[in-house]
Design a protein around this ligand. Structure first.
Ligand code: SAM
Length: 311
């Protein structure tokens, strides 16, 4: 199910006078062969899935998603200047594409579901892909928010096995998200992401494909919430606190990093079975989860009351 021929974005974006705004991290891809290759990493069930796209801009990735057979794509774009181009795409899509002019960080998922013509009870039974060439400036906070929603099984994310993310980040961030213990890029976001999801860097994207050309290359990362997540027995917020303390100073041993936040750090590390003389980046995701569990049991982190949210 392909779109009818549409004018190349490289030609129509200048006609509409759409200069990229750096404050919205606007670096566009006009070459559909690049976005087609990104979309190849989505499943072959796009005709049955709900696809949510962050930041379509003029719509190259959206075109590729539709050409790959998506029948229900909702894109959320903050910049209203793209409305005319997105309207044209909606007209060409035969009702397969809808968009909202809104901020992905604050938009209510009910609005997205309404645009998709579905309800929450239907959507949680449907495979949902969250896709985007993310605005780099807010990409990590967006990811952390989705990890929290998956971990707490909230709303659309209450059945996280049905959700999959395919997201483009700055290459360095993509490498951090997917970094294994003991590697140079291992950091807080590696552990947090891998405590909730199976992660894979699917593709490097050279900076030369973007207009305007950013200073750094990009990478696409696939995140699939794990069917048996490592994070169990404590909240993701507890893990976030432990990671903040542990990675406070990358050159120090974990004992010295966490001592400024937990004076009895060495004892707590002992309870978690962690060698206090190693550096945080060498620890496994499971070890950090154990540390967070012990911190909760020892009353160092308030435990969330599931009925009433965080204390
Ligand atoms: N998908 C397009 C492409 O690949 O050419 C544009 C990608 S550009 C890197 C990021 C897009 O996200 C821009 O269109 C920008 O306006 C939009 N954006 C920035 N912040 C946003 C937010 N908070 N919510 C939704 N869209 C946002």
């Amino acid at each position: 199910m392909k779109l009818p021929p549409l004018p190349p974005l490289r030609h129509i974006v200048p006609i509409y006078g759409l200069q990229a705004k750096s404050q919205l991290s606007q670096n566009f891809i006009f070459d559909l062969s690049v976005t087609d290759r990104i979309v190849e990493k989505l499943g072959d069930d796009l005709d049955k899935a709900l696809v949510i796209e962050v930041g379509p801009g003029p719509g190259s990735l959206s075109r590729s998603i539709l050409n790959a057979g998506a029948t229900n794509l909702v894109s959320v774009e903050k910049d209203p200047r793209f409305q005319p181009l997105l309207n044209q795409l909606a007209d060409a899509s035969k009702n397969r594409f809808h968009f909202l002019i809104d901020d992905m960080r604050t938009v209510e998922y009910d609005k997205i579901l309404a645009a998709a013509g579905t309800s929450l009870s239907e959507a949680i039974k449907t495979k949902t892909y969250i896709v985007g060439n993310l605005p780099f400036a807010v990409a990590t906070p967006m990811l952390v928010n989705w990890l929290r929603l998956c971990s707490h099984r909230v709303g659309l994310f209450q059945n996280p096995n049905n959700v999959e993310f395919l997201l483009m980040f700055q290459k360095e961030v993509g490498e951090r998200i997917t970094a294994r213990p003991g590697t140079r890029s291992r950091s807080r976001i590696s552990v947090l992401s891998q405590s909730v999801c199976d992660v894979k860097l699917t593709q490097d994207i050279p900076r030369g494909v973007f207009v305007p050309k950013p200073k750094v290359n990009a990478a696409v990362v696939r995140l699939r919430p794990s069917s048996s997540p490592v994070l169990q027995g404590c909240d993701i917020e507890a893990l976030e606190a432990v990671l903040r303390w542990s990675f406070a100073s990358k050159r120090k041993t974990i004992k010295n990093s966490i001592r400024s936040s937990i004076p009895e750090g060495t004892r707590i590390l002992g309870l978690a079975g962690i060698d206090p003389d190693v550096r945080a980046e060498t620890l496994s995701t499971e070890e950090f989860v154990r540390l967070a569990q012990i911190c909760c049991q020892e009353g160092l982190i308030p435990v969330r009351d599931p009925e009433h949210g965080r204390p």
